[in-house]
Structure formats: C-alpha cells, structure tokens
Design a protein around this ligand. Structure first.
Ligand SMILES: Cc1cc2nc3c(=O)[nH]c(=O)nc-3n(C[C@H](O)[C@H](O)[C@H](O)COP(=O)(O)O)c2cc1C
Length: 312
C-alpha cells in the first residue's frame, strides 16, 4: 500500500519539532537511558529530568511503586544540579540532534530565576519547562502551581530572564480548576503550557500498615490518569490556550498512538510520554510511526489539522 504523505511537524512556541512526540520529564533522565534503545533524533523533542540549582539526592527508596494501571513516585527531584548539567549532560544531549527542553524546579523564586537565566544563555537549550509542583519554601510550603498569585509571580520573574528559549509552564492537576492556573501562566508570559503533572496519591501495605513510599505520598502517573489529563487539556484549550493561541504539550498516561490522537483532538499540539517508557523503552518511535499510520487512516494531511478537532 502506498502511504499518503502525512506532515507530522509541529511548532511549540519557537521550537520546530519534526513530530509531536517528546519524552516526559523524569522518565528518561538526560536522554542517555533511552539512547541505548534507539536513535533519539526520531523524536520531536527530549524533556529532561527537573534541574535544580544544587545537586539533589532525592528521597530514600522505596520511591517508586506500581499501582493498578499506573505508578506512584516520590523521587524528590534527584538530579545532578545546574553546573554538572551544563558541563556534562547538555553537551551529550546536543549530540542527539533533537530539540532539548530542560525542566526546571526550585524551592524559591530566586532559585528558579537563576537556573532559567543560565539555561537561556546556554546554547542547545530550545525550551525551558517550569515544574511548578514544588513546595515554595519561602511562602509556607504551598506548591507554586496551585495558587494563581504565586504562579503568576514566578512566571513573570522567570520570563524577565528568558528571552531566547521557549518558556513552558507545566501545570499541576492538584487544583480545583486548572483553567485558573493556566490563565495565570499565560497572562504572566508563558509561551506554551504542559499538562498534566502527576496527581497526588498514596499506597499502604495492608498487612504491615507501612506506606509503600518512604515519603508516604507520591505522584500518580500512567494510564490511570489519562482520562483526567485529557479532560484538563480540553478545558485549558477551550478556556485559555485556544483563544490565546498558546500551544499545549499534553501528557498523562499516553501509551498508544490512539492516545496521542486523543490528546491532539483535545487540543494538544504535541505530547510527552513518561511512564509508558518503563513498560516499553521504544514507546517513542512506536508512537511516531503509529501516529503517521493513524493520520493516514483518518485521511488527515497533518497534525495541525487535528488540534482541538472533536465532533459534538
Ligand atoms: C519516575 C517519575 C519521575 C518524574 N519526575 C519528574 C520531574 O522531575 N519533573 C517533572 O516536572 N515531572 C516529573 N514527572 C512527571 C511526568 O513528567 C509526567 O508529568 C507524569 O508522569 C504524567 O505522564 P505519564 O503518565 O506519561 O508518566 C515524573 C514522573 C515519574 C513517573
């Protein structure tokens, strides 16, 4: 069968992606783990593990546990820190010939600003994704991402220092209405929105009474959260991102090409894939090819035609 030409390319802010499939933060380190399985240049982009100003050990194990149709993690932002990332990890990432989006975390506004400013100045960083699901130690431990005020303050401060890289804000689903935080991020200058991060959850061994994670609570990811993520992408696209012309990087439970098509129809321009890589490390290339077939089957010439397209 001759396959009709399908244009998989998309643009996320100023990032030109050859297809809409990216990795998700925290699920493939700094690229090297997946590079053992396939050529990463087949992906649309790589999103790194969260980088903080100083190196972090993270929480003691167990910090991952499987759940029905998903998993819980409380890694605690283990990472090499900004200096080692710039000196060692970023040059290695550049060799993969794929846009690099660096995820950034911090516990104060100043920490985020310092890391983002350094990354904006570093060649090879196409995008900066703010992980706002971190406790704000200066303002009482509440996550930056759950209140529109602190979130807008953070995004404005970072925006002032990020002029070259595309600035993505990764929204937390642990809110009453995600459109409220989405609007705060867009009004404060986000170029794109990523959603969703993990949903807070926990698991307990019924016989010992011990929580499965040393941190007690963790973030739920994987297929279990897909319907929630899809709804949130749709809500943000309708209420904020669509009207403002701000692209969405959708994620949460994506495992099959059909999931990617659902996210694009909900309003995502591109998607990130996390937990599915633990089941099949070659999920990325499989999704690229499956998406190509799916669009051809739909008689759709390109991804862009399908963004937001649902029938009512
Ligand atoms: C083991 C693990 C580590 C993660 N680490 C980060 C992180 O460092 N920063 C971040 O923004 N999100 C992190 N996430 C969240 C994912 O990027 C993603 O938002 C979430 O898992 C939902 O997507 P998925 O169902 O495809 O995994 C992590 C998720 C997992 C499972």
């Amino acid at each position: 069968m001759i396959r009709p030409e399908v244009d998989l390319s998309v643009t996320l802010g100023r990032i030109a992606m050859k297809n809409p499939i990216a990795t998700a933060s925290g699920c493939s380190g700094y690229g090297e783990e997946l590079a053992r399985f396939y050529d990463l240049s087949v992906l649309g982009a790589i999103v790194t593990k969260s980088i903080t100003l100083e190196p972090r050990e993270g929480h003691p194990p167990p910090r991952l546990t499987e759940t029905r149709a998903g998993m819980l993690n409380a890694i605690g932002l283990a990472n090499v820190g900004l200096d080692a990332f710039l000196a060692e990890k970023l040059p290695a990432l550049a060799a993969y010939r794929v846009p690099v989006i660096v995820n950034v975390a911090g516990s104060t506004r100043d920490e985020y600003v310092a890391v983002c400013a350094a990354l904006d100045a570093a060649p090879g960083v196409a995008g900066i994704e703010l992980n706002v699901s971190c406790p704000n130690v200066k303002e009482g431990g509440m996550e930056f991402g759950v209140e529109p005020g602190p979130l807008a303050g953070l995004v404005e401060a970072v925006r002032a220092k990020v002029s070259r890289a595309t600035l993505l804000v990764k929204l937390s689903p642990n809110v009453t209405d995600i459109a409220v935080t989405a609007r705060a991020a867009v009004d404060a200058g986000a170029d794109a929105l990523s959603l969703i991060n993990t949903l807070r959850g926990m698991a307990i061994n019924p016989w010992t009474g011990r929580p499965a994670l040393t941190n007690v609570t963790g973030g739920l990811s994987g297929p279990a959260i897909k319907p929630v993520a899809l709804y949130m992408v749709r809500r943000v696209w309708e209420q904020v991102a669509g009207p403002a012309g701000v692209p969405i990087l959708g994620l949460g439970g994506i495992q099959f090409p059909e999931d990617v098509i659902e996210f694009i129809r909900a309003g995502a321009t591109a998607v990130s894939v996390g937990t599915a890589n633990f089941v099949d490390p070659e999920t990325g290339p499989r999704l690229v090819e499956g998406l190509r077939d799916g669009l051809a089957r739909l008689g759709c010439g390109g991804v862009r035609e399908l963004v937001g397209a649902i029938e009512k």
